[in-house]
Design a protein around this ligand. Structure first.
Ligand SMILES: Cc1cc2nc3c(=O)[nH]c(=O)nc-3n(C[C@H](O)[C@H](O)[C@H](O)COP(=O)(O)OP(=O)(O)OC[C@H]3O[C@@H](n4cnc5c(N)ncnc54)[C@H](O)[C@@H]3O)c2cc1C
Length: 415
């Protein structure tokens, strides 16, 4: 039986561990926190996952919270005008629903399942020296430790990392008591509110430790008015600031948030990081090799809500590369081709996310504006969150955008 060590029990590490376990591999999973510590700890993400990523979980039969989590059937975009009115507002329908399950609930639950099924769970914050020691006794070591210190083993790939500093300051608040969206309240949707020159506010339903809740997630352009959460330690103060900024820039979202309260004392999060693509293979001091997984190797800004989706897709892709490799050695060539196969998908996420962090060019503004009048455009944009490779067809190149919009207008006129 092949022995595999996975370091880091997040979306990618646990999904891989559970997948390999059911296929008969002897898996050791190393986590720096216990399931209880994760469950009672701080929120980590907004973790909205779209159809393809959720399907990977269903394929492994680890979609334990699917029936309880809100089904997100749409994705709305609003753009605030300088006078804080709503210049653009539309909702695209998703072909398959999205869901957000608080990572505190999911990772704690998956970790317990892994242990109950006989997996070896080691609670230990791994250092490079530990990996050096362990790598000799495993056929394969994978590092899925997110954006933590172990990324220092993987060199930054400058050719794929256009930014060397954080592009947004992040501030998350999990709340109960948010009123329904005034438009189409009959189905759940993620709302993306764009405030030009200031940042974005995302609002989405989730399943948290205390049941259904909503997340208010500000992404502020560094140095701007929303980059105001640094040093705010008191959760109540964090929520007040979140609401104050909503009242100022997005009064239509504030109007339904006047009665909210935090889900729990750990329901807030603030931070920032630079989007970075890294070389996938880490070299240990003794010469051993380790393979980086998900955020370790491709960390995008959450402005497009893709990281957990990518972690799921990376885990599914690596699982397939591992199982199809049989008993052959997991050498450097295999590690590189395993990452390259994942990068085929991941490159589209990185390209689109980095584009969304910049100032939108005119043809993109036209596209987002046109979606307000043309439902097929709104629907296609929304479904791009599930498959960002589709943006190649109508988003980056002004000529393709014009051709696409004409084709939709022509079809609508002819209908
Ligand atoms: C504010 C915010 C909002 C987001 N919203 C979304 C969204 O809506 N949709 C979406 O798809 N993505 C979103 N993301 C991104 C998403 O959460 C991450 O990309 C995803 O969780 C990455 O999964 P992972 O498995 O690579 O790493 P992680 O989920 O970060 O897991 C890594 C694990 O490794 C552990 N670890 C770290 N160091 C060590 C060590 N030395 N030894 C042992 N264990 C270690 C950590 O404690 C953690 O449990 C968001 C991120 C943030 C910050």
């Amino acid at each position: 039986m092949r022995k595999i060590l996975i370091v880091g029990a997040g979306q990618s590490g646990l999904q891989l561990a559970l997948g390999l376990q059911t296929r008969g591999y002897e898996v050791t999973l190393m986590s720096n926190r216990t399931a209880d510590e994760i469950r009672s700890g701080r929120v980590m993400s907004t973790q909205c996952m779209f159809h393809t990523a959720l399907q990977h979980e269903r394929d492994l039969q680890i979609n334990f919270w699917e029936s309880q989590a809100p089904k997100i059937e749409g994705l709305g975009v609003s753009v605030a005008a300088p006078d804080s009115s709503r210049a653009i507002d539309w909702v695209g329908k998703l072909d398959g629903y999205a869901q957000s399950v608080d990572q505190r609930v999911k990772m704690a639950g998956w970790m317990e399942t892994f242990a109950q099924r006989g997996g070896q769970l080691v609670i230990h914050g791994a250092a490079v020296s530990d990996l050096d020691y362990f790598s000799r006794t495993y056929d394969l070591v994978m590092v899925s430790a997110g954006k933590g210190e172990l990324v220092s083993m993987f060199g930054r790939d400058a050719s794929r990392s256009p930014y060397d500093a954080p592009q947004r300051a992040l501030a998350v608040a999990y709340v109960h008591g948010l009123g329904p969206r005034p438009e189409h309240p009959e189905f759940d949707a993620v709302r993306c509110n764009l405030v030009p020159g200031v940042g974005e506010l995302f609002v989405m339903p989730t399943l948290t430790t205390s049941g259904r809740a909503d997340i208010l997630f500000w992404e502020g352009i560094p140095g701007g008015p929303v980059d105001a959460f640094k040093g705010v330690k008191d959760p109540a103060e964090h929520l007040s600031l979140t609401l104050e900024l909503m009242e100022k820039f997005l009064p239509w979202e504030y109007a339904r948030a006047t009665k909210v309260e935090l889900t729990d004392a750990n329901g807030t999060l603030a931070g920032r990081y630079a989007p970075t693509v890294r070389n996938p293979i880490g070299r240990l001091p003794s010469g051993g090799l380790v393979l980086g997984v998900a955020d370790v190797v491709v960390a995008n800004d959450p402005v497009t809500g893709q990281g957990s989706n990518s972690a799921s897709k990376c885990a599914a892709s690596y699982l397939s590369s591992i199982t199809s490799h049989g008993d052959q050695p997991f050498d450097e060539a295999w590690m590189q081709s395993t990452f390259d196969r994942y990068w085929d998908t991941a490159q589209h996420v990185t390209k689109w996310t980095n584009a969304m962090l910049g100032v939108p060019p005119e043809h993109v503004l036209n596209l987002i504006g046109a979606a307000g009048d043309l439902q097929p455009v709104a629907d296609r944009f929304a479904n791009g969150f599930n498959d960002p490779s589709d943006f190649e067809n109508f988003f980056y190149d002004p000529e393709k955008t014009t051709a696409y919009l004409s084709s939709v207008t022509g079809a609508s006129a002819g209908a």
